[in-house]
Design a protein around this ligand. Structure first.
Ligand code: ARG
Length: 256
């Protein structure tokens, strides 16, 4: 009796195992990249489209290809990206995120992949503000959680208005609600020349700071950071990085 029972159990277990095997598809690796998509030409949505496009989006896809992972883009507020990474809701950040010592305490950054900096944008007809030095006591719009916001907070007596998106910050300038916007230079330049911004706005003064963008991964995830670094290095070697760069920034020479 006992023997029969054991035999039947064995058959059941074997069947279970076989069924399990049959169902198992090789699981595809997925890399979830978090971004905030009001940052053209790095990440944005073309009018009427739900798809995310831009330099960072192409770079994320190219990195995924090199690593052998499917890339998923998760959109959220810029100030929510690092918390989402730490909570494990995303695997990496591709959001034109500047590498800063402060952030590097909380995340692991890849090698720099793009040289940037901050710029001051004012109304086209503004003759008073000629650069960041003229922003004392002025009203400044920024995107919340960005280096632009941090820079604005250093200006004495200035009133800082923080927006969730860059779209709102630019609109506030257009509507005369603020005197200036501080944002990343390539983004402001793109907005002026390709986003219709030059109709009412201009850049003033010199580039405020030098900043490098990095892909961020969870603190301690050195393995993924290294995989991304290797992918970026390979993309630079095989010309794919230059191709993506050219697609979004034209023929500007890059010695990187
Ligand atoms: N480079 C700036 C920073 O790191 C701004 C980035 C904003 N990015 C975005 N996708 N909205 O703070």
């Amino acid at each position: 009796m006992k023997k029969i029972f054991v035999m039947i159990m064995t058959i059941f277990i074997a069947m279970g195992l076989l069924a399990g095997c049959g169902n198992k598809k090789p699981t595809e690796r997925v890399l979830r990249f978090g971004t905030e998509p009001t940052f053209a030409p790095f990440e944005f949505q073309k009018e009427g489209s739900k798809e995310y496009t831009g330099f960072d989006m192409d770079l994320a896809q190219a990195i995924g290809k090199k690593i052998g992972a499917k890339v998923e883009i998760v959109s959220m507020g810029f100030d929510g990206l690092i918390p989402a990474l730490n909570a494990g809701n995303i695997d990496a950040i591709a959001a034109g995120m500047s590498i800063t010592p402060e952030r590097a305490k909380n995340v692991e950054f890849s090698v720099p992949y793009y040289q940037s900096g901050l710029a001051v944008m004012v109304k086209k007809n503004n003759k008073m503000i000629k650069g960041i030095g003229d922003l004392k006591g002025k009203k400044i719009a920024v995107q919340i959680g960005t280096t632009g916001a941090m820079e604005a907070h250093k200006i004495s007596q200035a009133e800082i208005v923080e927006f969730n998106t860059n779209t709102e910050a630019a609109l506030e300038l257009k509507n005369g609600g603020v005197d200036a916007v501080i944002n990343d230079l390539p983004v402001v330049a793109y907005f002026l020349h390709q986003g219709g911004g030059s109709a009412y706005a201009k850049i003033v003064g010199k580039t405020v700071s030098a900043e490098d963008y990095g892909i961020a991964v969870k603190k301690g995830n050195k393995k993924l950071a290294e995989e991304i670094n290797k992918a970026v290095a390979d993309l630079k070697k095989d010309g794919e990085y230059a191709k993506i760069y050219k697609k979004w920034f034209g023929d500007i020479d890059i010695a990187k």
